[in-house]
Design a protein around this ligand. Structure first.
Ligand SMILES: NC(=O)c1ccc[n+]([C@@H]2O[C@H](COP(=O)([O-])OP(=O)(O)OC[C@H]3O[C@@H](n4cnc5c(N)ncnc54)[C@H](OP(=O)(O)O)[C@@H]3O)[C@@H](O)[C@H]2O)c1
Length: 250
């Protein structure tokens, strides 16, 4: 079977699915005939997405690692485990190294880094028992390839994702597994990201508007890239995708 056909009827789990990139990815996977677990904190949004479709909405705060493990246990109970994991949950805070709040650093490290590791371990355990041919896709960032001013800690979490991608690839090959791992690093994307970063919905929306037409990728652009790497032949592992709005300079 080629392309997305081989994933039809199999189980995907998408983190950060209540908004932005994760939401667009989850929509496309549902449309492609996958059974999709959607997770984030805002349960109503998740439920609205899966109503009447082959989806499972599980609310989970990714700062609570016990809750993440309980979520995977529930997926095993309902659907036997996952075959595809898309790690999109994440956030940036305005928290420079010289003046930032420890709590903001902790939140970014816990959600962008620690929770991603826990989800990956839990999902890989399932995948190895379900054909050993699954796929883990991390939504990283161009901030994992250079440091935007004032974003030292956010960038650190995304630089770490590069290490986690290569580290997992090595472990999978050493174990003889045919599971694949991919990191996708977008530049600016118009989502709720800046609303969280600026801690103000209107200012966040305005900041995207100020970038003008074509100044940011859409969440759909990134979701298309996720579909592309998933649909690649099983013998081809796309390791790293860097993508910017065509007009982005840095
Ligand atoms: N937008 C950009 O310019 C951009 C660029 C490069 C990379 N990225 C990366 O893309 C990923 C998705 O971000 P986005 O742009 O789509 O932003 P977004 O619209 O703000 O979505 C972030 C998602 O993460 C979830 N999340 C945040 N904190 C969480 C927590 N404690 N527990 C569980 N879920 C949590 C949010 O859900 P709840 O609030 O409902 O929990 C939401 O679904 C992130 O990893 C981000 O770093 C974004």
């Amino acid at each position: 079977m080629s392309g997305m056909e081989r994933w039809r009827g199999r189980v995907a789990l998408v983190t950060g699915a209540s908004s932005g990139i994760g939401k667009e990815v989850a929509e496309r996977l549902l449309d492609a005939g996958m059974k999709v677990v959607v997770t984030a904190r805002r349960k109503e949004r998740l439920q609205a997405m899966v109503d009447g479709r082959e989806g499972l909405a599980i609310a989970c705060d990714f700062r609570d690692t016990d809750a993440i493990e309980a979520m995977f246990a529930k997926v095993r109970q309902e659907w036997g485990g996952v075959d595809v994991l898309v790690n999109s949950a994440g956030l940036g805070r305005d928290a420079p190294l010289m003046t930032g709040a420890t709590e903001h650093w902790r939140e970014m490290i816990e959600v962008n880094l620690l929770a991603l590791c826990v989800c990956t371990r839990e999902a890989i355990g399932d995948m190895r028992e379900r054909g050993d041919d699954g796929h883990v896709i991390h939504i990283s960032s161009m901030a994992g390839h250079r440091v935007p001013p004032g974003s030292g800690v956010y960038s650190a979490t995304k630089f770490a994702v590069r290490s986690l991608t290569e580290g997992l690839r090595q472990e999978l090959r050493a174990a003889g597994s045919l599971c694949r791992v991919t990191s996708i690093s977008p530049g600016f994307v118009e989502t709720e990201f800046l609303e969280v970063f600026l801690e103000d919905v209107d200012e966040g929306k305005q900041a995207y508007a100020d970038r003008g037409e074509g100044g940011a990728l859409t969440a759909g652009d990134v979701a298309e890239s996720v579909m592309h790497v998933l649909a690649a032949p099983a013998s081809a592992e796309i390791h790293d995708v860097l993508m910017r709005p065509t007009r982005q300079v840095t």
